[in-house]
Design a protein around this ligand. Sequence first.
Ligand code: NDP
Ligand code: GDR
Length: 350
Amino acid sequence: MISTRRALITGITGQDGSYLAELLLTKGYEVHGLIRRASTFNTGRIEHLYRDPHDPNARLFLHYADLNDAARLGALLTEIRPAEVYNLAAQSHVRVSFDEPVYTADITGTGTARLLEAVRLSGIETRYYQASSSELYGSSPPPQDEDTPFLPQSPYAAAKLYSYWMTRNYRDAHGMYAVNGILFNHESPRRGETFVTRKITRAAAAIALGRQQHLYLGNLDAVRDWGYAAEYVEGMWRMLQPDVPRDYVLATGVGLTVRDFLQAAFERVGLDYEKHIRFDERYLRPTEVDALVGDATRARADLGWEATVDGKRLAQIMVDADVKILEHSGSPWVDEVDVPAWSNRSVLGV
Ligand code: NDP
Ligand code: GDR
C-alpha cells in the first residue's frame, strides 16, 4: 500500500496557503495547516476545502499555532511528521513593516529560525520550503535572478533576508533539505485587500457599480513583476521534488508600473482611471523599491516551470472577480474549484 504524503503549511489561511492547500489536496496529500486563534473567522480562503474532521475522507487538518511559539511548533512537527514543510506565514505587508519593525522581525525573521530549529530538533526527515521574496533585491537594478546582490529597503525585506540566510545555513550546516523560493509579486482574486493590485481591482469594480467615487493611492511609478498566485504555488511544490535542494526565482519577466496595472484594471470596466485617482502620501514608503523584474530562467530549465499569466491579464481576472463579489456578495474562489460538502461553519469545530 502506498502511504499518503503529508505536508505542513504555515500561513494556510493566506493567499498562497489557500492555493497551495488546494494543489496538494489535488495531488493526494494529507494537508496540515497552522492557524492563529482570532476573535473572528480568519479561514474564509480555505473554508471551501474543509470537511468535518469526523468524515473518514477528510484530508485537511488545521491546528492552532503561531510562529512566535517555538514549543508548539516542535510539538506539532513531532506529532504530524510531515514529508514537506512550507513556511508561508509572515507579517507580509511592506508598508506595515515600517510601523511594526520589531514585530515583523519576530515573525517574518525569527519565526523562520523557530521553525527550522523545531524541524532540526524533531529529528524528522522532511523537505523545507521558505517563502523568500523579490523584496530582498531592494535597490539592486533589474532584471534580478538568483545571483543578483540583495539590497533590502524595508524592515520586512531585512527580516526576510535573515530567513533566507537561515534557510541556506540549515542546508549547509545541518544537511537539511531546505530551499528558498524567491518569488516576485503574485496576485489573485484572493489577494489581501490592502496590497495595491487588489485595492485597485476592488475600487474599479466599486466605481463601475456606482458605489465609490475615488481611489487614494501612493507611488504610481513603481515597477513590479506581477504573476498569478495559482501558478506560483505549483512552482513551490516543484522546488521540493528534485533530489538536490536549490534556490529558485519565480517571476513572469514582465515589468509594469502601478499606473499600467491601474489603467488595465479600469479599462476592463470601461473607466478612465485619471478621473478617479487621488494621491495620499500615507501610502508612500520611507524607502521605496523602484523596480523589480525577475529572470526565472533557472526554474524553467530545472523545474519546467513557467508563468503564463502576465500583469495585464491578471488585472482583468481580478476585476472580473471583484465585480462578481460586489454584485452577488459571494466568495470569488468557490467557483474556481470543486466545493466539497462541509458541515461545520467553524473549521476547527470549537
Ligand atoms: P498573506 O499575507 O496573504 O498570508 C500570510 C499568512 O501568514 C496568513 O495565513 C497569516 O495568518 C499568517 N501569519 C501571519 N502572522 C503569523 C504568525 N505570527 N503565526 C502564524 N501565522 C501567521 O501572504 P501571501 O499568501 O501573499 O504570501 C505568503 C508568503 O510569501 C509570505 O511569507 C509572504 O511574505 C511571502 N511572499 C509573498 C509574495 C506575494 O506576492 N504574495 C511574494 C514573495 C513572498 P492570518 O490569516 O491569521 O493573518
Ligand atoms: P509590495 O506590494 O510592497 O511589492 O510587497 P504592494 O502591493 O503593497 O505594493 C506594490 C507597489 O505599489 C505601490 N503603491 C501602493 N501600495 C499599497 N499597498 N497601497 C497603495 O495605496 C499604494 N500606492 C502605490 C507601493 O509603493 C509599491 O511600490 C508584496 C508583498 O506581497 C510582499 O509580502 C512580497 O514579498 C512582495 O510583494 C514581493
